[in-house]
Design a protein around this ligand. Structure first.
Ligand code: XIL
Length: 311
């Protein structure tokens, strides 16, 4: 396994991971894997609103800069994550502002951060998790953005982002849109209307937080239908939860599932990257799911070899 470098096998696509400054340079074995295997990184938390602008117009780029510098040092790209989301917002954004004030705050947030990282980032998840889980009854998720701006929320953020910097690819990122279903249908019509109306959007991010043995059959077909709109597509937050003990049978099924997802990307011309949400099982946001391609000892699991095989 020492000779298998997934970022090399992935070419012309990127192979990525969520990078986390809690572990980067603090956990030696984590750092060794993250330095060698990936060609694109997403800051796991460091660019979220509560981290990067905890106080009104009070920006703290320290942790986010650390990831951007690290990525540069290993010749990897960075996916900015994220601007408009209902979670990990500081209280001043979530409960105190009028619609006009919130609009100004959003524009200032996007403008200041994109200016800071001008020329350095490959893309931005401008939109994260804004489609409702109750489609088709309701299209947009109920959060501060839709409460204040209604259906103008997403176009606002995308338009502000494009106005600052035309270089980074602008993404709409979401979960449970991986297969063809009511939620991805809702996103498909939202995005189609954005394209028709000239709202800037370059790509769709499919999170892919999956459960063992439950990869949607229509994943590849679904990636393709968004690509056919003229968009890039990407697997952005892949992990596969064993939902039980990490035995040989489960690990083999997990490897198959990883292969299926990476293969769907490889078979889709416009699929630019596959990123896993973390590196090793001990540092995942899902504590006991054994969800990642490296185990707690930072040794490659069967999933690692399956990814290599799929690329
Ligand atoms: C998660 C992080 O992994 C955790 O460390 C944090 O506590 C909560 O957020 N969808 C997303 C990611 O878009 O930003 C989330 O990341 C996981 C779900």
């Amino acid at each position: 396994s020492q000779n298998i470098i997934l970022r090399d096998l992935a070419v012309p696509r990127f192979f990525g991971a969520a990078a986390n400054t809690t572990f980067l340079f603090h956990d030696v074995n984590y750092t060794k894997v993250i330095e060698t295997q990936f060609s694109i990184f997403t800051p796991e938390n460091e660019m979220k609103w509560e981290s990067i602008e905890p106080e009104p117009n009070g920006f703290d780029f320290t942790a986010a800069d650390e990831i951007v510098r690290f990525a540069e040092s290993v010749n990897a790209k960075v996916r900015g994550h994220n601007f408009m989301w209902g979670n990990q917002l500081p209280p001043w954004v979530n409960d105190t502002l009028s619609a006009t004030e919130l609009d100004r705050a959003l524009k200032n947030h996007i403008t200041t951060i994109m200016d800071h990282y001008r020329g350095k980032l490959y893309s931005w998840d401008v939109i994260n998790e804004m489609i409702s889980d109750n489609t088709p009854n309701e299209t947009f998720k109920d959060n501060i953005w839709t409460q204040k701006f209604g259906e103008e929320a997403m176009p606002k953020a995308l338009t502000y982002a494009r106005a600052v910097d035309s270089q980074p690819k602008l993404y709409i990122n979401d979960y449970s849109i991986e297969g063809i279903n009511s939620k991805s249908d809702a996103l498909y019509s939202v995005v189609s209307s954005f394209l028709a109306d000239g709202v800037p959007v370059d790509a769709i991010g499919f999170q892919c937080h999956f459960t063992l043995g439950q990869i949607p059959d229509t994943l590849q077909e679904n990636l393709q239908r968004f690509a056919d709109l003229g968009l890039d597509v990407a697997i952005t937050e892949l992990d596969i939860n064993l939902m039980g003990p990490s035995n040989a049978t489960a690990l083999e099924q997990q490897a198959k599932d990883y292969w299926t997802v990476v293969n769907a990307c490889v078979q889709t011309k416009r699929c630019v990257s596959t990123s896993v949400w973390g590196v090793s099982d001990d540092h995942s946001w899902i504590p006991n799911g054994s969800v990642l391609p490296w185990n707690a000892e930072k040794q490659p699991k069967p999933a690692f070899y399956a990814i290599a095989d799929a690329f």
